[in-house]
Design a protein around this ligand. Structure first.
Ligand code: DON
Length: 566
């Protein structure tokens, strides 16, 4: 008996050893190559640190995002939301929706006073915030797809929060511009203003010990600490004392949602975009569908004909955005918006030589039965194994609602301003909305955040997105056009002079680097050309035709990109 069992035991032991060797080998042999582009050098470093610990693109993206919440905390953080688009090495694609939700007691006219919307209410203070969604997305992404422990990116970012970082001119300017509002909230002033109530000066070190403690608490436990524990309770208490609506129950009810990404094609490339409550995926696809009917590849990216055609397509898309778009779990958002047939009818309305006044939205066919299912900062990361991430995260405007939940160091978003406070009126970004984007309990405000991927024959070649409100959509389109049609490498594609049209106001915004002759040409066609300093901040990673990974951070910002070939 004993002898008979012996070979079996040896076999089992040998099998266990093989499994052990295989898993150890896969741990050490995870390909070392990567590409990363983020909006801040310390965030890029945090992503690289995750790779160096054996992490994949998902670990690196979350590590960079959490560090951005520390060093770029006026743009994004755990008090805000995000959309995360993930392409796994096995080809599966996930669209994780961490958009904020309106409180259960929110009402359609909560920002209307004496018949008119009061933008200050939706932009600053207790009514401005929805339930933050980023923590739920990072939790899902790391636990499901990451290779590193949940606590690791939190601890890495907490160290930066605790030891501090040097305030640069850019950060100081954002503080200066928001100081009056930050001053209204003692917990915010205590962190971001000095003892005289003035913005922290460039060159000074900003330490955020409360935020470090919050990060460590979440890292040591779980997202429950945020949604069902001390953070939810602290927010509830602050809201109750300040006439806010958010409650601990709203936090407990929050769910990250897995969405079906929007897929479209452009000149033989496959595009993957983010569906509602983002408007990004729909309109990036729609604009490119329309432009697919023109011979853009024969035009240089900066050519006036190219700018004219793209502008006309942007106008048509933004007119549709204002009418049709909202959280598709609440409003009927027609799928026909991204159909090529509808794009044909829009393309037919474009005149090659003059700007057309777009009176109102179009009507995609078929309107009725086919709806999307009832359901800011950008960073892009890829690893050599084939995992790709495009992640856009936001508090909305600088320092969000300007409210720090006392004791937590967490700045709450002001994403409620992305709702349409009243049909026909505009929000901070001068975007109009309709009933589809009216406030409702639990609803997610419409977003322009557009994390996007481009694939060629199944292989990812570009992960791109931007910050900058509605300009996110148009600059994501331009980055794609500049690389696919224009044949530019990533740094040149992002550096190229930009333009933007969002239907209302009827103006074509162009960066001041755009040559005067081009502007005059556009003005002659009837465009109301308005110069602007810069449009959006874009971050992209890609795979060049020779197979090498590439990365580029927008030269307009202070972000960085890094690449290590496999
Ligand atoms: O979701 C949106 O569309 C906006 N809340 C994004 C805000 C933004 O990009 C601010 N950056 N400049």
């Amino acid at each position: 008996m004993h002898r008979q069992r012996h070979p079996w035991t040896r076999l089992v032991l040998a099998f266990c050893l093989l499994v052990h060797i295989a898993s150890a080998t896969s741990a050490t042999q995870f390909p070392r190559g990567f590409a990363i582009a983020t909006g801040h050098p310390l965030a890029t470093d945090a992503g690289i640190a995750a790779f160096e610990q054996g992490g994949n693109a998902i670990d690196a993206a979350v590590s960079a995002a959490l560090t951005l919440g520390v060093v770029d905390g006026f743009n994004s953080g755990v008090g805000g939301g995000c959309f995360m688009l993930i392409r796994l090495a096995d080809g599966r694609i996930f669209a994780l929706d961490g958009r904020e939700t309106a409180p259960a007691s929110a009402t359609r006219d909560m920002f209307v006073r004496d018949g008119k919307p009061d933008p200050h209410l939706s932009q600053c203070g207790a009514l401005a915030s929805g339930v933050p969604g980023s923590v739920a997305v990072y939790d899902y992404a790391i636990r499901r797809f990451g290779r590193r422990p949940w606590s690791e990116p939190w601890e890495r970012a907490a160290q930066t929060a605790a030891s501090g970082f040097i305030i640069d001119r850019h950060y100081h300017e954002r503080l200066r511009d928001t100081a009056d509002d930050l001053r209204r909230f003692p917990a915010s002033a205590a962190i971001f203003l000095d003892s005289q109530g003035q913005p922290v000066e460039p060159g000074q070190t900003l330490r955020q010990p409360d935020l470090a403690a919050t990060y460590r608490a979440i890292g040591r436990s779980s997202a429950k600490w945020f949604y069902r524990g001390p953070f939810a309770r602290a927010t509830d208490a602050w809201m109750r004392h300040n006439n806010g609506l958010l409650t601990a129950r709203d936090f407990a009810r929050y769910r990250m949602l897995r969405r079906e990404p929007i897929r479209s094609t452009y000149h033989g490339y496959d595009l993957v975009g983010f569906p509602p409550p983002s408007s990004g995926g729909v309109h990036v696809a729609q604009i490119l569908n329309v432009l697919g009917y023109f011979d853009l590849p024969s035009l240089q990216p900066g050519h006036a004909d190219f700018i004219h055609l793209a502008t006309e397509a942007m106008k048509l898309a933004f007119a549709d955005r204002a009418y049709w778009m909202g959280d598709a779990d609440y409003a009927r958002v027609p799928r026909g918006l991204v159909s090529v047939g509808y794009a044909r009818t829009l393309a037919d309305r474009i005149r090659p030589d003059h700007a057309r006044h777009v009176e109102e939205h179009g009507v995609p066919e078929p309107v009725d039965p086919n709806w999307f299912n009832r359901h800011t900062t950008h960073l892009s990361v890829a690893d050599a194994a084939g995992n790709w991430v495009a992640l856009t995260a936001s508090l909305n405007t600088s320092f969000g609602s300007k409210v720090v939940v006392p004791g937590s160091g967490v700045v709450l978003n002001n994403q409620m301003d992305d709702f349409s406070a009243q049909p026909g009126t505009t929000n901070y970004f001068r975007l109009q909305g309709s009933e589809a984007n009216a406030v409702a309990p639990g609803k997610r405000p419409l977003s322009s955040m557009s994390p996007t991927m481009v694939l060629h024959h199944g292989t990812p070649i570009l992960a791109v997105g931007a910050s900058g409100g509605p300009t996110i959509i148009t600059q994501t389109v331009l980055a794609i056009l500049n690389t696919i049609d224009g044949g530019l490498d990533l740094p040149s594609a992002l550096a190229h002079p930009r333009f933007h049209h969002q239907w209302y106001p009827d103006e074509l915004r162009v960066e001041r680097t755009m040559p005067p002759a081009t502007r005059q040409n556009l003005a002659r066609r009837g465009h109301a050309v308005v110069e602007t300093k810069s449009l959006a901040f874009t971050q992209a990673v890609g795979r060049a035709a020779n197979g090498r990974l590439t990365a580029a951070s927008d030269p307009r910002g202070q972000g960085t990109a890094a690449v290590r070939q496999e």
